[in-house]
Design a protein around this ligand. Structure first.
Ligand SMILES: NC(=O)c1ccc[n+]([C@@H]2O[C@H](COP(=O)([O-])OP(=O)(O)OC[C@H]3O[C@@H](n4cnc5c(N)ncnc54)[C@H](O)[C@@H]3O)[C@@H](O)[C@H]2O)c1
Length: 256
């Protein structure tokens, strides 16, 4: 287990925890004492991460849930509260990316990306806020993206990720009086299956996309899931007591 113990006694929910950034965040939370509910649509992926955490001595439960479905979201949150006695930390991280220009993208595809990335963050935030307000403590972190700034082929992704930052800004005001912090992390490229999928769809290799992305930033390589999980953990910790309504760019400082 880790040297720090920032989340002892805390109950957390991480969406999209079967892979990449979400899985690493769940591992980090659990290694520092949090009980973690790992939410994902991919049963085998999320159960594998839970088994790993449990084998390392952590407290973790898998919940199979499509984050678009309000009833499934409510059940996931109610289950975490019942099992662990409350909820202190929510990480809205589940997400998908679709590259398509405005001529190519269908309304269904646009809506799918918006509902997995943004509406889910609304649903989970709505499901936890009453519990957090009652205990006058809570941390909500959104995994947005530098993609929120917009780029060709990103109408759905950019809209959803900019929307998450807007949602966090609004909730920071609404929930701040109850001791609830709401922030976003906005990564550039990260070494996860999502980036691999993007490389394949573009007809290139993962190493190409990684080298190109790395050549455009100040730091020597693109981020690992752990790099992003560390920033999420900071925002979810008591050390970030006075940080709210912020979107932290974790990009390695690309050229503009
Ligand atoms: N990888 C990057 O370069 C990068 C950069 C910026 C932001 N992000 C954001 O970080 C977040 C995590 O991305 P990642 O790279 O770890 O991706 P990933 O593909 O490795 O993991 C995403 C997880 O979300 C789950 N998921 C997808 N649809 C779901 C649904 N309907 N219900 C429940 N779970 C669902 C998937 O099963 C998967 O386990 C995403 O929101 C993504 O947009 C990623």
């Amino acid at each position: 287990m880790e040297g720090q113990n920032r989340f002892s006694g805390r109950v957390s929910i991480v969406t999209g925890a079967g892979s990449g950034i979400g899985a690493e965040t769940a591992r980090l939370f659990a290694s520092e004492g949090a009980a973690v509910t790992l939410v994902d649509i991919d049963r085998s992926a999320v159960e594998t991460v839970v088994a790993e955490i449990t084998a390392a001595g952590g407290q973790a439960v898998a919940v199979i849930c499509d984050v678009r479905d309000p009833d499934q979201v409510d059940r996931a949150v109610a289950g975490a509260v019942e099992r662990f006695g409350g909820v202190h930390i929510l990480v809205n991280n589940a997400g998908v990316m679709q590259e398509a220009t405005i001529e190519q993208i269908s309304l269904d595809d646009f809506t799918r990306v918006m509902s997995i990335n943004l509406t889910s963050a609304f649903l989970f935030s709505k499901a936890v806020e009453g519990h957090m307000r009652a205990q006058r403590y809570g941390k909500i972190v959104m995994t947005s993206s530098r993609g929120m700034l917009g780029a060709p082929g990103y109408s759905s992704y950019a809209s959803s990720k900019a929307g998450m930052v807007g949602l966090a800004g609004a909730l920071a005001w609404e929930l701040g009086p109850y001791g609830i912090n709401v922030n976003s992390v906005a990564p550039g490229h990260v070494t996860t299956p999502l980036t691999e999928e993007l490389a394949v769809k573009r007809g290139g290799s993962y190493e190409d996309i990684r080298a190109t992305a790395a050549s455009r930033i100040a730091l020597p390589d693109i981020a690992s899931p752990r790099d992003i999980a560390e920033v999420i953990a900071f925002l979810a910790s008591d050390a970030a007591r006075f940080v709210t309504g912020q979107a932290i760019l974790t990009t390695g400082r690309p050229m503009q």
